[in-house]
Every structure is written in C-alpha cells, then in structure tokens.
Write a protein that binds this ligand. Sequence first.
Ligand code: MG
Ligand code: MG
Length: 268
Amino acid sequence: MGSLFRTEKIIYKTPAEIEIMREAAQIVSRTLGIIAAEVKPGVQTIYLDKIAEEYIRSQNAIPGFLGMYDFPNTLCISVNNEVVHGYPSKRELKDGDIVSVDCGSVFEGFYGDHAYTFEVGEVDPAIHKLLEVTKECLEVGIQATKVGNRLGDIGWAIQNHAENHGYGVVRDLVGHGLGRTMHEEPQVPNYGRRGQGKKIQEGLVIAIEPMINLGTERVITADDGWTILTADGHVSAHFEHDVAVVNGMPEVLSTFKYVEEALAKKNK
Ligand code: MG
Ligand code: MG
C-alpha cells in the first residue's frame, strides 16, 4: 500500500527486530512467488487473493491489509490504469494487461509490505519498458538508502531515473516507515531534492515503492472511494521492497527471487 498517515516520530529498529521483519518480508515475497505462477489470462483477481490469504496464514502470519482502513482483502490488485489500492474481484485478467499485486503480512507483530507488477501474456513493448524502468527506479532508490544520505536523496534518485524516460512520478502516494504498524514515519516520497529531508540513520526500516505512470503523474480516486487511477487513463507500474539500514548500508528484507523463479519456469 502507498500511505496516508501521521505518526509522531521515526521508530528505529534493533537488529533482533530487523530479523523478525525480514521473516515478515520473506513471507510476503514467497506469497508473490505463488501469485506469479498463477497470473495468466482468464484468472479472476479474487482467486489470487484467496490463495495469498491461505499461504500467509499457513506461515503463522496474518494478512497485513485485511481490515486496515476497512480494506476487505489480503491483496491490493491494480490492473492497467489502476495505480494502487485496487480491490480483488471477479474481474478476469486479459492478455496484454499488467497487474500490480501489493501484499502485506504481520509476523510476530511486525509488518512486511511488498509489491510487484506482472505482465499478463504478451504486453505492448512500451508497457514492458515502463515495468523495467520502474523496477530500476526501486533499485536506485534502495542504493540511496544509506547513512550519510537524506530522505530527499532517495526521492531524487527515483524521480530522476523515471523522468529521464519521460514518465510521470506519482506524488499523491508515497513510501513509508514500516514496523509494528504498516505506515510509520518517515514518509518516503518518490520525488525530492538531493541533500534535503531527514538524515538516514542506522536501524531505519522503510518501504520504498515507486508508482510510475506511462503518462501524466496526476491521479484520481475511483468512484469506489478506494482505487487510485491515472488521470489520463494510461497504465501505471508499482514495485515495492522493504529496506533496512544495517551497518550504514541498505539491506533489502524482501526479495523478487521467488517471483523470478516462478516467471522463469512459466516462460520455459
Ligand atoms: Mg505495499
Ligand atoms: Mg507500502
């Protein structure tokens, strides 16, 4: 989930807490690996939600989004022009769609929060490129998450990379601190200025989640009051990792390993 929140101050995590958060993030990572194998034309998005919930509960964890802000499901599933916060439904995925799947878990009181945008069948090359660049945006954001930098350096790195490709960087939703609550301080915008914002310190744990649009950066809220859509109807991509600052450097707690393994098997 992107965030709309206010808490008081940044809660830095101990090494022991980071280890629990790593497991929470790994549970979500494995869940997305299972989803990766199931994304195909004709699949209803509610089916993906069901298998995600079953797997998370089998891991002694609970779905992180279920009930949060009255959200009724385990996954946020956002198709094509839906940016984030889409509801699972009986909608069937179609060849050429892209689908962003955002998943949360709570394990031993700590949250994991991780997202991937999948291609359904064959997608347009311009859309494939958007997904690749959005993944790169996440990577440059992660590399900027180190002691000696400030939060603005993360946002700048993401924004610069996306805008170099002519894409729109969503401003209205941002990454966030993560811990015993899903959305803590600090907010982690996907835009910013170098050397601005709070200093990055040891024990910071954040969800970095670029939401990058093929067209305009502007977004609107759908009539359901929840789903965020691009204002111009073009598609949007979303990738998210949980990142801890350990020994001054970024350590990614979640992983795309399970997704990539599933996709490689599917494409064989
Ligand atoms: Mg998320
Ligand atoms: Mg998030």
